[in-house]
Design a protein. Structure first.
Length: 233
């Protein structure tokens, strides 16, 4: 499954995963300070010295947790995506299964966008993806995990398409969502109209799979291709 996929380079892995409360608080301060500075300065002007000063954690203590600023940003990025999935998907009520496929997925997509705001996945983190190539593998894992969930839900709600065709469709929907960040970046906010347009476009793409149309003869992208690309980056 996608959750076990972890191509983290050794030089970006956290050095210590603390268990004591004091160390956990210090590590959290480092990550929160890094996010605040990332919003204010961007990833290129971010330094470990600045993060240490803003967090109140010594540089030496910071380096016991993380080897460099890229590792801090990577950990922050990964945590935010994990929180989005947990907030939007894992905590969904079982009652959603009683909805029609359109209402179920409409609610799911709305929950995803609400979760992004709730966990403060903001423009600085979205932009960091394009400036730090080390983050692409995390984004791929996130995409594959979401695609797997969409595939399972589409099959449960009645789609007769193959897993491969549904995964291909789910990745197109993920790409559509990603493209909307351009609109939100231009607006520097998350206008509700843009979100609803993205949701309705996604439901339109899903209609053939959910209403009995034949699946496409050609598949644009496979799960194996997506994971292989992440491993090569």
């Amino acid at each position: 499954m996608a959750e076990s996929f972890d191509p983290t380079p050794p030089d970006l892995r956290p050095r210590v995963r603390p268990v004591q409360a004091r160390a956990l608080r210090s590590r959290r301060k480092v990550l929160d300070a890094a996010h605040a500075l990332l919003k204010a300065e961007g990833p290129h002007r971010l330094t470990t010295a600045a993060i240490a000063a803003a967090s109140g954690v010594s540089v030496g203590a910071l380096y016991r947790f993380f080897p460099n600023k890229e590792s801090i940003i990577r950990q922050l990025y990964e945590e935010k995506l994990d929180e989005i999935r947990k907030t939007a998907l894992d905590e969904r009520s079982a009652g959603a299964r009683e909805l029609s496929w359109r209402d179920h997925f409409r609610d799911t997509f709305r929950a995803m966008k609400a979760a992004e705001r709730q966990v403060d996945f903001d423009f600085s983190l979205a932009d960091a993806l394009f400036l730090l190539p080390q983050l692409w593998a995390i984004d791929v894992r996130h995409a594959v995990t979401l695609a797997d969930r969409l595939v399972a839900d589409m099959k449960r709600l009645g789609s007769g398409w193959s897993d491969a065709a549904l995964f291909d469709l789910a990745m197109n929907i993920y790409a559509l969502d990603s493209a909307n960040w351009m609109v939100w970046r231009y607006a520097q906010r998350h206008p509700a109209l843009a979100i609803e347009r993205m949701i309705e476009a996604s439901l339109t793409l899903m209609r053939p799979a959910m209403e009995g149309d034949p699946e496409p003869a050609e598949i644009a992208v496979s799960r194996e291709q997506v994971l292989a690309r992440a491993l090569s980056d």
